[in-house]
Design a protein around this ligand. Structure first.
Ligand code: PHE
Length: 478
């Protein structure tokens, strides 16, 4: 048994709430719908779901197990586990890449969560009620203008980004178990109820079924030829890579967030059962969010491919029109920010835990140092939407020529670092760890049917899947 200076979750349920809190966030409600919209709907969704089932679930089990066995921050857990498996100390790099990915993701995550915060007062003051008396064409102009004027002003964004980062640091200071457990126990159910209310509303809109068809009718052309113009169409693996990256992002996999939460797991807890619950909850929230948003998109003649602003340009219309819309709308954006908050914590906890373990940092020092670093990096995202919106750091590479700092950080983390991290976790567990250790940690036996499927997926399917998607994305097959 490896020792730990950290405390543990008080129960299995506390872990489920924490891991679901990490998984459910902007990825489900903001990112999943807009990516589905950008990549044309059903085919993106099906590839995403396949990645969740065939790679996400097995890797989440592996990642929780690595944490539970290592009992330390991802960097130190990997160090201990590599020694235990008589493997190279280079495996620590897996922990390091996770720490870097976490900070990079949090840097833009905090800015976008800031948008959600900025929408709270807009809804509370009934700013969107006015659309009831507008013709459809003006509604779109109005909501566009509301969003655009928010992101055009760097000072505004910096204020909300600062508020969100401070809130995140506050919880981290309290210690994940103390601060987080209590808050999450009511936040997660409340968010879910509100989503169901919105689904009920969406079902009353005129074009609900168009949204359903958009999300579930599979048309691979939309996914494989995302950059079609009137004159040319180019085959591209980008859509498939994006769907896989989204599966990792949404499940918080491949960077140690789930590993560090696993490190706080009480000994006897069933890993298979708890992770299955987390994966199902996360997927359900994403699908519900998609159904809500596309119903509004098609009922109001909006563009599904609007990009990062999609949620902010669709939901306010619903809240403007529905009974008690201002109340529900205010609650919704508060809950979205809360869901982001519970994910943000898990993005930075691996780094905090490591600083505390190794460098004799106190929680306060570690939190301040990492918080300020992340805040500074976040400015790259803030400026990507205004003063630097025309700056494309990788302009010399055709594939990245039009990407801003924000686009690049998002791409590097979701599409590259998380899947690679997950791939190496799968390899470590399924090829290098001793089977007896795995069986002991999973409280299972290698004869159990579920166990064998899991091991097979992790050993063969996951590495093959991630590998193929990468090769496809760099154009090997086209
Ligand atoms: N899963 C979170 C979301 O969907 C984001 C996240 C990614 C959190 C990686 C932790 C680690 O919003």
């Amino acid at each position: 048994m490896n020792t730990s200076i950290h405390s543990q979750w008080s129960s299995k349920l506390a872990f489920i709430f924490a891991a679901t809190g990490s998984a459910v966030g902007l990825g489900n409600i903001w990112k999943f719908p807009y990516m589905t919209g950008e990549y044309g709907g059903g085919a993106f969704v099906i590839v995403y779901l396949l990645c969740v089932a065939l790679m996400g679930l097995p890797i989440m089990m592996a990642e929780v197990m690595l944490g539970k066995r290592g009992r330390n921050s991802p960097i130190n857990s990997m160090k201990i586990l590599a020694a235990e498996a008589k493997q190279s100390q280079w495996w620590q790099l897996l922990g390091w890449s996770g720490v870097v990915a976490g900070i990079l993701i949090l840097s833009f995550y905090s800015v976008v969560a800031g948008w959600a915060l900025a929408y709270v007062p807009k809804l509370a003051t009934g700013e969107f009620l006015i659309i009831n008396s507008m013709p459809l064409a003006e509604v779109q102009t109005f909501i566009d203008a509301t969003f655009n004027s928010l992101v055009a002003n760097p000072y505004n964004l910096i204020i909300w980004h600062t508020i969100f980062m401070s809130l995140t640091m506050l919880i981290i200071l309290g210690g994940v178990q103390g601060g987080l457990e209590r808050a999450l126990t009511f936040m997660m159910p409340a968010l879910f109820v509100l989503l169901l209310i919105l689904v009920a509303y969406a079902m009353t809109t005129s074009n609900f079924m168009d949204g359903v068809h958009f999300m579930f009718d599979i048309n691979f052309n939309n996914l494989l030829y995302p950059n079609c113009t009137a004159t040319s169409c180019e085959l591209s693996g980008d859509g498939i890579l994006a769907a896989m990256g989204q599966a990792f992002f949404s499940l918080s996999l491949g960077m140690g967030a789930i590993m560090v939460y696993g490190a706080y797991l009480p000994d006897k807890t069933s890993i298979a059962q708890t992770t299955a619950i987390v994966v199902i909850a996360d997927t359900l929230v994403a699908i519900l969010a998609g159904l809500i948003i596309f119903a509004i998109v098609f009922s109001n003649g909006l563009e599904p491919g609007a990009g990062v602003s999609l949620v902010f340009k669709t939901l306010p219309i619903a809240f403007g029109q529905m009974p008690f819309g201002s109340l529900f709308g205010t609650l919704f954006f508060i809950l979205l920010a809360l869901a982001a908050w519970s994910s943000a914590i898990s993005l930075i906890e691996p780094a905090v835990a490591w600083l505390i373990e190794t460098k004799r940092f106190k929680r306060l020092g570690a939190t301040l140092f990492l918080g300020i670093l992340t805040w500074l990096l976040g400015l790259l995202t803030v400026f990507s939407f205004n003063i630097w919106s025309e700056i494309n750091p990788l302009f010399m590479f055709p594939n990245f020529a039009d990407k801003t700092f924000f686009d690049l950080i998002d791409y590097l983390t979701s599409s590259i670092m998380l899947p690679l991290g997950g791939l190496f976790m799968a390899i470590f567990v399924a090829w290098l760890m001793k089977k007896q250790i795995i069986e002991a940690e999973l409280n299972g036996s290698s004869k159990h049917f579920g166990y064998r499927i899991w091991y097979f997926l992790l050993r063969y399917i996951t590495p093959l899947g991630v590998g193929l998607v990468f090769l496809n994305a760099i154009g090997i097959f086209s």
